[in-house]
Design a protein around this ligand. Sequence first.
Ligand SMILES: O=C(O)CCc1cccc(O)c1
Length: 400
Amino acid sequence: MIVRTRVLVVGAGPVGVTAAYRLAQMGIDAILLEANADCPEDMRASTFHPPSLEMMAELGVLDELEAAGLRAPVYQYRNRRTGNRVELDLAEIGDATPYPYRLQCEQFKLSRLLSTRLDAHPHGRSLFQRRILGIAQDTAGVTVSVESPLAIEQYRADYVIAADGANSTIRKWLDIEFEGFTYPERFLTLSTDYPIETHIEGLAHVNYVADSAEWCVLLRVPSLWRILVPAREDEDDETLLSDAKKNRVFAGLLGDDRPITTYHRTLYRVHQRVAHDFRKGRVILAGDAAHLNNPLGGFGMNSGIHDAWNITAKLREILLEGAEAEPLLDLYERQRRTITRQFVQSQTIKNKEMLEAEQRDGKSEQERKLERLATDADARRDYMLRQAMITSLREEAAIA
Ligand SMILES: O=C(O)CCc1cccc(O)c1
């Protein structure tokens, strides 16, 4: 039997669930397929920037998301060498968004919330344990073969949104190149419920600490602190995940060697990659399936949600208003691929360089930048609008 729907969304991460639920709310039949038994519990992305909060408000789920998260109106840059500290307060851009703060909330909470809402919606269905086996398209639609626990299933849709993550099976099926590079060093994330804010004076919920020897990010999610440090290329997994390494990281932060319990220690490779095409025919890539970047600044999940927002608006015009498909799908690719390359990729690379604080002429670029941000209100506003991803959406809207 073939299951018929208007749009098939593959991947129940934050990008896929946002796309599928928005389509269902528009009155467009959408089925969400996920390979795992539940929404993936990725601990990496946990910051929602103001435009994503505006989108969640429009979907009617912001109150619930806020209840599960923590508001961070202020973020902080520190320099270990000089001891300097600059705080950026999003209240300064309160005229540009109704939500002048970052919401710290694990992404899987959004995925579970929206996939559950979708399944209860008359235009939606969420199906788990569905692994993509193959995909074929013709001029009228797309046929997708799927393995479920009990059977091989066939789906037929007008369009497919592939939000199936960094290792996207669909991107591979479509033979789309994933261009870019992988950093030689990996990133190590440690999480603890130890109240490190009681030992480091004046910490915000989000803190970027620059250092030419070992930078770090200290990020608060509701129940835990997450600490991100670079992992040198010559250190093996065993060393990096050892208690000795954990103790060194915390001794460096807290100034003594008190015992700290960690709940997660995760090592991962970091990529800067963009798909050569964001769509082939009726199959559209979104989120990590289309682009990957380092996590500094929290742009990965947010830019994926912005992909979902863009493509669903275009599918509404095509499927409900009878607009011609090709120009609109081309526009999605032009807008989102341009923003990915010119903003998300370049800004995250700069964010990493800033933390590395390489010194030239005595001062690092980070120190110069901090001085400018502390003293120049226009530069600070411009910087905050960029880091809050408000500028990128304004630029996207200007791409015709
Ligand atoms: O800059 C951000 O918002 C995220 C940085 C971060 C911090 C801790 C873990 C992680 O994977 C990323």
